[in-house]
Write a protein that binds this ligand. Structure first.
Ligand SMILES: Nc1ncnc2c1ncn2[C@@H]1O[C@H](COP(=O)(O)OP(=O)(O)O)[C@@H](O)[C@H]1O
Ligand SMILES: O=C(CO)[C@H](O)[C@H](O)COP(=O)(O)O
Length: 492
């Protein structure tokens, strides 16, 4: 079941210059009972007849252009999920977020159910009066988050393998079938997770489908099982350069479980009737293929020239450098995603915000960061990890976390951690240059860490490069741009 369609239209050309404007000045920012925050966009300036809508449920009142097409992007990250609803100019009309924790059953962490509940809760947070204008939806998720699915019911047959889970048991076999230093030759690759499951499950494997988190969530909306995109499928071995799974992978006994692959932002089908009627979406609402969270963050930053890069400072540190040359070397956890006719070279470290969140609340991070002297180098040398193992810029499953000695001052401690993460980021970009990628000349920042101006200053000093906060820092905005691309491909 292998087909591939490559949408030649460049996403970046679709995004109107006007969308380089900052966010819409919002007329309202409402906190609603579910804890989700959404903003209603400002009055449009166009000539179209204005339709004032009232959302009785949320007492929202904004003017809205009748018939205007909207695009919904949904980002499923490590700690929670977000949505952004944009118009054709890239203006944000509504946005919201949900933490998974509100759906976690403490005794049993049922991630799959929490993702599903979060998906439909977020859909329920989209302002009712805007839903019928939504022309398309795209979902991004964490990369290599692997699900073994019952091909008949769509239900998960095992616990999902998360993006940073590692299956070293499968590595020798994977290395024996894949080219040397191929992207899949790392314990956290999707292929290692598939092989590990295949070798351990024994039982009936006939109607099994492998899906990634974004694929499965999209299936809940369009109902067509077994479809992925060439970003999510990269780490199971899909080759976006030949638009196909390579022969060495198709020759494997488990190749029948592999999903079909299309370009990110490709229309897959209309929203399922039951979901559509339940939420009040249009019968023309199309669900498109998605991408991974850090690629969605790159798209959101709208970096369009080789040498521009985006660092996602989310729960993890993921770097993406736009390069004319494809680079791949699993010894360092370096791989290249395709972005139209260029390559997003990079990797994802296990360091990042999750380590910070273990020690400080977001409020403490903000207050402590204000006291940091970012122009001064911290003498502290840490390797901030939540647990043993690193993916990039060193692929070492046995790497130990290093967060001691801890100084008396929390300001100094945080400064040391932020600076140490910046050193890992710098090592990553230097490695990409050494491996032959287009040298980085400017870095945009996405993710939760992008709100930390002191950290941006520290990173500028450590990287020796201009570092900025991206105009749009949320991956869900990038997913919304993908939805817009898909809608144009559908000719809608
Ligand atoms: N002011 C801040 N400075 C540095 N990091 C921050 C700050 N505020 C939040 N974070 C970090 O941002 C991370 C959440 O970012 P987010 O992009 O939502 O992550 P993800 O989508 O990977 O779950 C948290 O781990 C948190 O520690
Ligand atoms: O760290 C992660 C979760 O946030 C993922 O690994 C991240 O998506 C990076 O993977 P990719 O480069 O394939 O997008």
């Amino acid at each position: 079941m292998v087909t591939s369609v490559y949408a030649s239209q460049s996403l970046l050309l679709l995004v109107q210059p006007s969308c380089l404007k900052r966010r819409l000045p919002t007329s309202k920012k409402l906190i609603i009972s579910s804890g989700s925050v959404f903003t209603i966009g400002h009055k449009s300036k166009s000539k179209q007849p204005m339709v004032t809508f009232r959302n009785s449920k949320r007492d929202a009142n904004a003017d809205f252009e009748a018939g205007k097409r909207l695009y919904l992007g949904m980002d499923f990250g490590t700690s929670g999920a977000r949505y952004a609803l944009i118009d054709e100019e890239g203006n944000i009309l509504a946005e919201g977020k949900r933490d998974y924790s509100s759906f976690m059953n403490k005794e049993k962490v049922d991630l799959v159910q929490s993702w599903k509940k979060t998906l439909f809760s977020l859909l329920g947070d989209v302002p009712v009066s805007l839903r019928s204008n939504i022309a398309s939806i795209s979902v991004d998720g964490t990369s290599a988050t692997t699900m073994i699915i019952d091909g008949k019911t769509g239900e998960s047959l095992s616990k999902p393998f998360l993006y940073n889970d590692s299956c070293p048991d499968a590595l020798p076999l994977v290395k024996s079938i894949a080219p040397e230093n191929h992207t899949v030759c790392i314990g956290s690759s999707t292929l290692c997770k598939l092989v590990s499951w295949w070798n351990s499950c024994g039982s009936n494997k006939d109607s099994v489908v492998l899906l990634h988190q974004a694929d499965w969530l999209s299936w809940l909306l369009h109902g067509k099982l077994g479809v992925s995109d060439y970003n999510n499928a990269l780490k199971v071995g899909y080759d976006p350069e030949i638009d196909s799974y390579p022969p060495w992978l198709l020759a494997q006994p488990y190749s029948f479980v592999l999903p079909s692959v299309q370009a990110p932002g490709t229309p897959i089908g209309y929203m399922k009737e039951d979901v559509r009627t339940n939420f009040g979406f249009s019968e023309n609402c199309v669900i498109c293929t998605g991408t991974t969270d850090s690629i969605a963050a790159f798209l959101a930053a709208r970096a369009t020239q080789p040498g521009k890069a985006v660092t996602s400072l989310g729960s993890t540190l993921a770097i993406k450098l736009l390069s004319t040359r494809r680079i791949e070397d699993s010894r360092y956890g370096v791989y290249s995603h395709r972005l139209d006719d260029k390559w997003l070279v990079g990797g994802a470290s296990n360091t990042g915000g999750a380590v910070l969140r273990q020690m400080f609340t977001d409020d403490q991070l903000e207050k402590l960061s204000e006291k940091i002297n970012s122009s001064e180098a911290s003498p502290l040398d840490y390797y901030p990890l939540l647990s043993v193992g690193e993916r990039f810029p060193v692929a070492d499953p046995d790497m130990q976390p290093r967060l001691h000695p801890r100084p008396e001052s929390d300001v100094e401690y945080l400064h040391g951690i932020l600076e140490s993460i910046a050193r890992i980021e710098a090592k990553g970009y230097n490695l990409l240059k050494d491996l032959g990628a287009t040298p980085v000349e400017e870095v945009f920042t996405a993710g939760g860490g992008s709100k930390n101006d002191k950290w941006i200053k520290i990173r500028e000093r450590v990287l020796g490069l201009p570092v900025h906060k991206a105009l749009q820092t949320e991956a869900c905005y990038g997913a919304a741009l993908l939805a817009m691309k898909g809608s144009s491909l559908k000719g809608r």
